[in-house]
Design a protein around this ligand. Structure first.
Ligand code: BGC
Length: 369
């Protein structure tokens, strides 16, 4: 977490000062200048949840069920989550916001496909008196709250791990950098963090922004990099997430390249299994439960007209909106050495989930049982 965020943590935004008036039918929403006239709600609230894609495992496997569960918990089982996945299409996502506004949800949680393209939809929701929580990606427009990880630190963590794996050989060849989608502000932060650590310490042979974060696009970019650089000259790959690392490793194997470090992010089951097998060097473990819980808590509080002060200890600026009350969750580098202390300890996976027949021997070798 940076100092700017820390310093601003106590600068309370007007939007966070709404007092709880659950029983009062005439209270006005104050978040971000919204002009809601809807009465403050009790537990029977409708939370609109919009996620950006369904190729990366996290969204359907973790984010969605965790948010649904937490909303239920916080509303004595009476709150309802209305869900839509945009499957990487920003236009679809704008339409999904429209229909949720028509559907009169009480609050929206939005993980934007394209942080700039969602701006007008955020404004429309606000104009209809519906507060908006930006989830994981910092959507532009008048959002009321934001939760994510410290995304520049994610990039630094990946870069540091890659340097550690390369050791004294860091400049003995070229690395390839496979960044995420240019419509995702997180991708820019991962990239910036990684560059801060890697620049001057490695030679970057090829670098790509990967359209829509798609593993198949990472796969074809990697094939391009291999033919441009020559397979003997590539000593490591910075991959921004596990999904793309899968596509990259397939391309490396097809070219007969093995034993070079490849980074990742998300601690996806397939990624963790590749780490066990020695095909992928690391991932970044981002605990989704606290991120999902923060989103659910802030959404329920906003819908019920309560202050966010107890939950949102940070402030973040977006290109359009300053001092957004935020929750930023810390991350951990995951390698074969700390699988037990991270994803297993937190109950994300069991040893049995990871150590299937195909990975039994590799698991035994690293003492995972
Ligand atoms: C998320 C990552 C995810 C990527 C692709 C990013 O915004 O923070 O966890 O792998 O999007 O969906």
């Amino acid at each position: 977490m940076n100092t700017r965020m820390r310093r601003a943590a106590f600068a309370v935004a007007a939007g966070a000062m709404a007092v709880s008036l659950a029983a009062c039918g005439s209270a006005k929403e104050s978040g971000g200048g919204s002009k809601s006239s809807s009465p403050k709600k009790g537990d029977a609230i409708k939370v609109g949840l919009l996620l950006p894609e369904n190729q990366t495992a996290r969204y359907e496997k973790f984010d969605r069920p965790l948010i649904e569960k937490k909303v239920k918990e916080l509303t004595n089982g009476k709150g309802e989550v209305v869900y839509a996945n945009a499957k990487q299409d920003a236009t679809t996502q704008n339409q999904q916001v429209d229909s949720m506004v028509t559907n009169k949800v009480d609050v929206l949680i939005v993980d934007a496909v394209d942080a700039a393209a969602i701006k007008n939809s955020v404004q429309k929701a606000k104009d209809a008196g519906i507060p908006v929580v930006a989830y994981d990606r910092l959507a532009q427009g008048p959002i009321d709250a934001y939760t994510s990880f410290d995304n520049e630190t994610v990039g630094k963590t990946q870069g540091e791990a890659l340097l550690k794996a390369l050791g004294s050989k860091a400049k003995s060849g070229k690395i390839v950098m496979m960044n995420g989608s240019s419509t995702d502000p997180n991708a820019a932060q991962f990239k910036a963090g990684a560059h801060k650590v890697l620049d001057g310490k490695v030679n970057v042979g090829k670098e790509y922004d990967t359209k829509e974060w798609k593993p198949e696009n990472a796969n074809s970019n990697m094939e391009g990099a291999i033919s441009a650089l020559g397979k003997k000259n590539i000593i490591g790959v910075y991959s921004a997430n596990d999904g793309m690392a899968g596509g990259i490793i397939t391309a490396l194997k097809a070219a007969g390249i093995s034993n070079i470090p490849v980074t990742g992010q998300d601690a996806e089951l397939a990624g963790v299994q590749r780490i066990v097998a020695g095909e992928q060097y690391m991932s970044v473990y981002k605990p989704y439960a606290p991120e999902a819980a923060a989103a659910a808590e802030m959404a329920v509080d906003l819908a019920q007209g309560k202050s966010l002060d107890a939950v949102a200890k940070d402030k973040v600026d977006s290109p359009t909106t300053k001092q957004v009350p935020s929750v930023l969750v810390p991350v951990t580098a995951l390698t074969k050495d700390n699988i037990k202390d991270t994803v297993i300890k937190d109950g994300v996976y069991t040893v049995a989930d990871i150590c299937t027949a195909q990975y039994k021997a590799a698991c035994a070798k690293i003492g995972l049982k």
